[in-house]
Design a protein around this ligand. Structure first.
Ligand SMILES: O=C(O)C(=O)C[C@]1(C(=O)O)C=C[C@@H](O)C=C1
Length: 374
């Protein structure tokens, strides 16, 4: 026992020093955020993060501790990014759905300290950002199994006042939830959204559970919590379990291990004059004349400037039958880094009928950042 107490006393002393150093680091981070607000530079700077990690892990003398310190620094910088986003935003992020829905989870991971604003529809999220009720909007854009969320792309097309300032991939992990005290053996019925049930079908079948389709996963969790019956469970996320006071009875029961939803973050800030960093993404919306070879000319021009095209999508133009607009996502090459998108836009004016910069952003994956998410 004495050893435990001694060790804890040492931890307390170290924590006291670390608290001071944390405040000092975050004050410096706030200055970085202010400078980024002025220059328009993105919060996430992967090159700087790599340098910070390399320089500092080299200082660790005990080799066995290096990977842990690496992880510690990653977490510290994730906290720093979250704080910067909070300082840069006015602290309100809008999403569509109820608390605990995947869009809410994505929004909380991107803006963990912001006020979360629930909206009824995707159009309402656009409206909230457009009118300044929210600084940011978080919307699903694509799912690795279900495909494009075309309605969101159409809304982006219809809102030239807004731009995309971030793209985040959220791996979808479905857990089986029950009320406190419930057990896997005592469960009889499982409720959830149709898609979550079908993704988890082999697991649910193997346990012989009866299934009931619900409007969405978060609502199913709320229902189970309010019902208070240990025989009824829900398929939803672990974050949703925490929101509704449920416990996780089985983790990761969805069979499709590679189910990821891509979210876009929208804002009113324009990106035309922001210098683009190497590896950053540039999204454009354009239309071309209905003539042979026009689309090829645009693609050729993009390629000749050294931009790698990561994605291209086409959608019917609103109110014009059988004509289309295009969305492209490009990766900024080293030779174009440090400049704004003005040259690219200028060069595309000739082959395009219309061209618009949708945004300049980093493409990040939303890992389960323990301690940051909830
Ligand atoms: O140096 C910066 O540009 C920062 O924003 C600070 C910091 C950090 O906390 O060290 C945070 C985010 C960036 O991705 C890189 C580093």
């Amino acid at each position: 026992m004495e050893l435990l107490e001694q060790a804890r006393a040492e931890i307390d002393a170290v924590d006291a020093q670390m608290a001071e150093l944390f405040e000092r680091r975050m004050r410096a981070v706030a200055m970085v955020a202010r400078s980024k607000a002025d220059s328009g530079k993105p919060v996430f700077d992967p090159e700087r993060e790599r340098a910070v990690i390399a320089k500092n892990t080299a200082r660790i003398t005990d080799e066995a501790l290096r990977p842990y310190y690496n992880r510690f620094l990653q977490q510290a910088m994730a906290v720093s990014r979250a704080y910067q986003r909070e300082l840069l935003g006015r602290g309100t992020a809008a999403y569509q759905g109820v608390e605990g829905a995947w869009a809410h989870i994505a929004s909380r991971r991107v803006f963990p300290f912001a006020r979360q604003m629930a909206c009824k529809t995707w159009a309402d999220v656009f409206e909230a950002v457009s009118t300044g009720k929210a600084e940011f909007g978080v919307l699903p854009f694509e799912n690795s199994t279900a495909g494009d969320v075309s309605a969101v792309l159409d809304l982006l097309y219809g809102h030239p006042d807004l731009s995309v300032c971030g793209v985040y991939d959220l791996p979808i992990r479905q857990d089986l939830l029950g009320i406190p005290g419930a057990t896997l053996a005592g469960l009889r019925t499982v409720v959830s959204h149709q898609q979550a049930l079908s993704q988890s079908a082999p697991f649910l079948r193997a346990h012989g559970f009866e299934t009931k389709v619900w409007g969405n996963t978060a609502d199913a969790a709320r229902y189970v919590s309010e019902l208070g019956d240990p025989a009824v469970g829900a398929v939803a996320s672990a974050e949703t379990a925490r929101l509704y006071g449920l416990q996780v009875l089985a983790q990761g029961i969805n069979e499709d291990g590679d189910n990821t939803t891509r979210f876009v973050v929208i804002t009113r800030t324009r990106s035309e004059d922001i210098p683009v960093g190497e590896g950053q993404r540039i999204a454009l919306l354009f239309t071309v004349d209905h003539k042979p070879g026009k689309l090829a000319q645009v693609i050729e021009r993009i390629g000749s400037m050294g931009f790698n095209m990561e994605s291209i999508k086409s959608r019917p133009l609103p109110h014009v039958q059988f004509e289309y607009y295009f969305y492209v996502q490009l990766i900024c090459p080293q030779r174009a880094a440090g400049q704004s998108c003005r040259t690219l836009l200028h060069d595309l004016e000739a082959p395009c009928r219309t061209v618009r910069l949708l945004g300049v952003f980093d493409h990040e994956t939303l890992c389960d950042e323990e301690g940051v998410t909830v």
